[in-house]
Design a binder for this molecule. Structure first.
Ligand code: PKZ
Length: 223
């Protein structure tokens, strides 16, 4: 069972973003921040073609250099080395939606207070769908991750079986989005979570997710 009160195992115990637990993750968070900024600049900058070509060549040198280093393909590969932390810590860094060391992650901070999950997300212009607003697929991805973490408090964490999002009004870019979720129902291996997303105090979307504990418990991933 996950010990949700253990800040070492559970990096989601506090509203504060848990600091990186090693120098490696501190360095990777810095790398991710630069790349996250570059993602935004790639879709917003209006520099000259010459400037863009020159900077792209610079970046290619950096990418080619990093590509020569050893690699771990996926969170479990990092867990297995024994040198990078436990699964909870590594997921906290690498997760596709909320990972602090993942430049693709829009920026989602989650904390759990008992059975209630809280969160703050913020999407820059690389996540644009309708003009000026967040792409609906990213709204769904944020809910998937957010409800998925919230259901851990139920003690039988599962994978998303289904996710339904109701888009009530467009979700703005570059705005703090607050999230809240609670368990609605749990029957055997199935847990239903419900949550909402707000911008400026107004609900922009609600979601319901069904999470199913697989035959082989997810907890075994953490060991
Ligand atoms: C604290 C720090 C620690 C960190 C540590 C974190 C650890 C963990 C956190 C996880 C946080 C995840 C946050 C991201 C969430 C994703 O993004 S997960 C990725 C997206 N989801 C997937 O890829 C899931 C793919 N599907 C599967 O693997 C399997 O179909 C499932 C969902 C595990 C179910 O497989 P199964 O266990 O073999 O299920 P099965 O026995 O056939 O059915 C069980 C029951 O569920 C029903 N069911 C099965 N599938 C479905 C479905 N899709 N829809 C509706 N009902 C279904 C069945 O009808 C059955 O119902 P009953 O007959 O019991 O009434």
């Amino acid at each position: 069972m996950f010990d949700l009160t253990d800040p070492v195992f559970n990096p989601y115990a506090s509203e504060e973003i848990t600091p990186p637990h090693t120098r490696e993750w501190a360095a990777k968070r810095k790398l991710a921040r630069v790349l996250h900024q570059l993602n935004e600049l790639a879709v917003t900058c209006n520099a000259s073609v010459e400037e863009i070509e020159a900077r792209t060549a610079d970046l290619q040198v950096v990418a080619d250099s990093l590509a020569t280093a050893p690699r771990c393909l996926g969170t479990l590969a990092f867990v297995k080395t024994g040198d990078h932390g436990n699964y909870g810590q590594i997921n906290h860094e690498l997760n596709a939606v909320g990972g602090h060391s993942n430049p693709l992650a829009p920026g989602l901070n989650i904390w759990l207070e008992g059975a209630v999950a809280h969160g703050v997300a913020r999407c820059h212009h690389a996540y644009e769908g309708p003009p000026g607003f967040v792409h609906g697929g990213y709204v769904a991805a944020i809910f998937d991750q957010f409800l998925g973490m919230a259901q851990i408090a139920g003690g039988r964490p599962g994978m998303t079986g289904s996710l339904s999002v109701r888009y009530l009004r467009p979700t703005p870019l570059d705005t703090d989005l607050t999230l809240r979720a609670e368990m609605a129902e749990t029957v055997g291996r199935k847990t239903v979570m419900r949550g909402e997303m707000l911008a400026g105090g107004k609900v922009t979307a609600t979601a319901e997710g069904l999470f199913i504990e697989p035959q082989r418990p997810l907890q075994t991933l953490a060991r």
